[in-house]
Design a protein around this ligand. Structure first.
Ligand code: SAM
Length: 288
């Protein structure tokens, strides 16, 4: 007799306040054959709180590859599996992506059971525009990488959202102010928890406040930054045109296209990726 392929449930759990778990999440976690989680002790405590006794198996960034294959086999054998993270929505800056693809490849159903996710909670409470936003996960830990990433995003006409750690938030705010210029921003800390704090101010003020913090900043943090202003966008379009013109001149002088781009990026203090982005934007604007 042929067995039916199983189902993978992607179950969101709370980001702090246990009351944020959904009825459907509890029912799914109680009914599946197996729960794959990042930390069995952490999820064990959550299950105990809700009186759920389902078997747990670890699935985290260090065993993701092998575990995903094993779990894929279990799905083929018809098991139902729930994937959870330590907090919030699995796959959002947490493991899961690989398992979802394996499940799809082996013909299992993939069922989202939505709920809390920190960046959405921060965005809606920020008061910054929600019509278009860009979620960038964690900014690079090193200053040069972080500044390059911010430079790439500078002209994006969308609210920018990042996850940040307490020991890097002051540096991230300083770099955001230096690279993006003055903008409204929000630091959302410990969302849904006892010490929830949502501070909104211009980037320069936030950078100063967090640099001067007498006690080490604690807890979990989301950083939300307002989009580029129309003036900045216009300035950006000018600089895109400047790049295109400068590259054209260099090419006329005999520079290879790649060498010309590298030289212009260095002259303008941009990463090569950002210079290339501006160049293609200028060229497509010229074509339209
Ligand atoms: N999967 C999670 C989600 O759906 O939001 C995100 C996991 S990511 C590894 C952890 C980061 O999310 C933290 O470092 C912090 O930046 C953010 N985060 C999680 N819970 C939070 C909370 N209660 N308040 C503020 N930020 C939070």
């Amino acid at each position: 007799m042929q067995r039916m392929t199983g189902t993978l449930y992607l179950v969101a759990t709370p980001i702090g306040n246990l009351s944020d778990i959904t009825e459907r999440a509890c029912r799914t976690l109680a009914e599946v054959d197996l729960i794959a989680c990042e930390d069995t002790r952490h999820t064990g405590a959550l299950l105990k709180h809700f009186g759920i006794k389902t078997r747990l198996i670890s699935y985290h960034e260090h065993n993701e590859r092998e575990r995903a294959a094993e779990l894929g086999q279990s799905l083929v054998q018809g098991m139902s599996i729930a994937l959870v993270s330590d907090a919030g929505t699995p796959c959002i800056n947490d493991p899961g992506f690989r398992l979802v693809n394996i499940a799809r490849e082996c013909g299992a159903r993939v069922v989202p059971v939505p709920g809390a996710t920190a960046f959405v909670a921060a965005l809606i409470a920020s008061g910054l525009p929600t019509d278009q936003f860009f979620f960038g996960g964690f900014l690079p830990a090193r200053t040069a990488g972080r500044r390059a990433r911010l430079a790439e995003l500078k002209m994006m006409p969308a609210t920018l959202i990042f996850y940040e750690t307490p020991h890097r938030i002051a540096d991230a705010l300083r770099d955001a102010h230096e690279i993006l210029g003055e903008r409204e921003a929000v630091v959302a800390r410990e969302l849904t928890k006892l010490h929830e704090e949502i501070v909104r101010a211009p980037l320069s003020e936030l950078a100063e406040k967090f640099a001067a913090a007498e006690q080490a900043v604690r807890g979990e943090i989301v950083l939300v930054i307002d989009r580029t202003s129309l003036n900045e966008q216009a300035a950006g379009q000018d600089s895109e045109m400047d790049i295109a013109a400068r590259i054209h001149t260099l090419e006329q002088e005999g520079f290879e296209p790649r060498a010309a781009l590298k030289k212009v990026a260095r002259e303008m203090g941009l990463t090569r990726a950002e210079a290339y982005r501006r160049l293609t934007a200028a060229r497509s604007r010229n074509r339209s």
